[in-house]
Design a protein around this ligand. Sequence first.
Ligand code: ATP
Ligand code: GLN
Length: 142
Amino acid sequence: VPVLRAQSFPEYIPDAKFYRVEAILRPWRVSQVSSALLKIGIRGVTVSDVRGFGAQGGSTERQGGSEFSEDKFVAKVKMEIVVSKDQVEAVIEKIIEEARTGELGDGKIFLVPVSDVIRVRTGERGDQAERMTGGRSDMTSA
Ligand code: ATP
Ligand code: GLN
């Protein structure tokens, strides 16, 4: 008998089995975010140092002139987390909870559909490749 669980994710378009949650965040909040993600079983995360420009204006200080200049880019960290569809909302919620200060420049999250996942070591694809030993799906099915 199939067990029906209430799942509260919105109808993502386009529909995919996996999504990449791409979060551009304040660098000094990243370790807090990643340890919180680990606690909910999210073990696969990629981070990169990036520089960005948003409504924050690229700077907390106003400089003379309104010309677009590269020195207005602010250091940010991009976290990329590929998860199965049913885990997307938990990841987004956790990132907001841990990264939010309420001030301008807290960052932004982009949700990107992912066609497939391939584990290089084993050649596994799809669900098998996306699932990680001791990961969130192991935790929630235990
Ligand atoms: P293996 O069991 O062969 O180690 P794995 O699934 O644990 O496979 P790794 O080879 O350890 O994968 O992963 C290499 C890198 O890929 C990680 O350091 C991380 O940067 C990135 N990565 C792995 N899984 C994810 C994921 N789900 N989301 C984002 N990045 C990931
Ligand atoms: N969905 C994977 C699992 O439940 C975890 C994916 C990840 O850690 N990014 O094992």
